[in-house]
Design a protein around this ligand. Structure first.
Ligand code: AMP
Length: 474
């Protein structure tokens, strides 16, 4: 049946249905039916994962450090959608890059919009900067963002299809002092996470004017060695010759070792910028190395590019983050000329590294008070008492779902609390509670209105180390 005819039939069917039961057109219905009948796999899509409560102590430490540092350096938080129009990424990151050609999750919406899950954050942040007219604000404009990014890459250890990044961007300043400050901020975050062994890999890839001449030279060099390049690099020669420099294939590494280097072909402005950056980094005594092979994968970079590498584990160097200048990006997207610099930290990798070096995770505060109850009325009173104490900022534990006092006390003991407040049937009627000292085992009955004071008294003292004791029902 022709498409218009199908539409017509669907419209007639829809009209004939009661309002609330209007369904999708037949084609979609068939797809939906097929999806519904497929078995449900009890796992997320490949390369994606759940981060369970047991792992959250590491994530909390990372979030806490980031939340503490970004305001100190004058950044304001921005949250942008995880989905953008696909051409924003294509225009910013560039065709011929792995991210765009191979890794971007792009799809057509029901409204026929071509959209993509963000493969990185900078493009979206530059879009927001232009859209919200941030250029009129006093410069520099510093934006911090955190969230998931998506890349359809081959999953392996430390490489996910959904991973998390913290992104720092500064708009409106060209001075190399900001490049140095960004690197210093990244270093500060590493140190605060307990990651001391890092090295910054630094390079300058110049601006469009000096890069053009350099690229011509690079292409003719690689053309002369074409036979020795891997298959991908042979095609990169046409699409993105700079990327050949950071190919990890042995034969390409060998060819690249004697290739012309960007730093030797910078224009005067770019050369001075790079020289100034290195002087600032020396002044800050940051651990860096110039890496002429470092080009980063994305088209929008100009001048400074850098990566943060973990060091220490022989042969297993990880990139924990990276970034660089993108002085032409805002302009290329239709904004006014705006120099900018940014970097992203890979949170999954930071956590892997923290675990490897046994860095401290965040220790969530442990409750020191437990509420136990026996009987229906007592349960109601306990529920209210919990809410009243929690309102005062007191961290409590309970197991209201349990009926037996013995099992509740066992839980209290397991948690290592110092005090258990018990409300039994008698206490519920008398408006009293039993305060059981879990260290000494002694207990006393007090009126309910005195509970808050008794609790505060306990909390004022230093937390005690509780030895596991035999639980009695008394
Ligand atoms: P990039 O802009 O690609 O250098 O990404 C910034 C940081 O994110 C990298 O240095 C890694 O730490 C991290 N990262 C990049 N891709 C992935 C991935 N597929 N899985 C986990 N982390 C990643």
């Amino acid at each position: 049946m022709a498409r218009t005819a199908t539409k017509k039939v669907n419209r007639i069917i829809k009209k004939s249905l009661p309002k609330k039961t209007k369904t999708l057109p037949r084609g979609n219905k068939a797809v939906k039916k097929k999806i519904v009948s497929e078995p449900i796999l009890m796992q997320p899509p490949r390369g994606m994962r759940d981060i369970l409560p047991a792992e959250q102590d590491y994530w909390n430490r990372v979030r806490m450090v980031l939340d503490k540092e970004y305001p100190k350096y004058g950044f304001g938080r921005i949250d942008i959608p995880a989905v953008e129009f696909a051409n924003l990424f294509v225009r910013s990151i560039g065709e011929g890059t792995d991210v765009i050609d191979k890794e971007m999750y792009s799809f057509l919406t029901k409204g026929k919009d071509k959209v993509a899950l963000r493969p990185e954050m900078t493009a979206g942040i530059a879009r927001a900067y232009i859209q919200h007219g941030m250029n009129v604000l006093s410069k520099p404009i510093k934006l911090f963002s955190i969230g998931p990014v998506y890349r359809y890459d081959r999953p392996q250890e430390g490489r996910y299809r959904e991973h998390f990044q913290a992104n720092f961007d500064i708009f409106g300043e060209e001075d190399a002092v900001l490049d140095a400050q960004m690197i210093q901020l990244a270093h500060r975050i590493m140190l605060n996470l307990g990651i001391k062994e890092v090295q910054f890999q630094i390079n300058s890839i110049g601006c469009p004017s000096c890069r053009k001449e350099y690229l011509d030279m690079l292409v003719s060099y690689f053309e002369s060695k074409k036979k020795k390049l891997c298959k991908t690099c042979k095609s990169r020669l046409k699409t993105n010759p700079l990327r050949i420099l950071d190919c990890k294939e042995d034969k390409c590494v060998q060819v690249s070792a004697t290739a012309p280097q960007t730093v030797d072909h910078l224009c005067e402005g770019c050369r001075n910028h790079f020289k100034n950056l290195l002087e600032y980094l020396d002044e800050l005594e940051l651990p860096y190395a110039i890496n002429p092979q470092l080009v980063r994968g994305l088209d929008y970079y100009t001048r400074t590019v850098f990566e943060i590498w973990s060091v220490g584990e022989e042969g297993k160097r990880k990139s924990l983050g990276g970034g660089g200048r993108y002085d032409k990006l805002v302009e290329s997207l239709g904004g006014e000329p705006t120099p900018a610099i940014g970097f992203a930290l890979g949170l999954d990798r930071l956590i892997m590294e923290m675990k490897r070096i046994k860095a401290k995770s965040y220790e969530s505060p442990k409750p020191r008070i437990f509420i136990a109850q026996l009987g229906n009325l007592a349960k109601k009173k306990s529920l209210k008492l919990f809410a009243n104490l929690e309102k005062e900022g007191i961290l409590l534990a309970e197991s209201f779902g349990r009926g037996s006092l013995k099992s509740q006390l066992r839980t209290a003991n397991k948690l290592g609390v110092e005090m258990t407040i018990i409300i039994g049937q008698k206490e519920a009627l008398d408006e009293t509670v039993i305060i059981k000292n879990m260290v000494t085992g002694t207990q006393e009955t007090i009126p309910q209105e005195k509970v808050l004071n008794a609790v505060k008294k306990i909390l004022k003292n230093k937390p005690m180390v509780i030895k596991k004791r035999k639980v009695t029902n008394k």
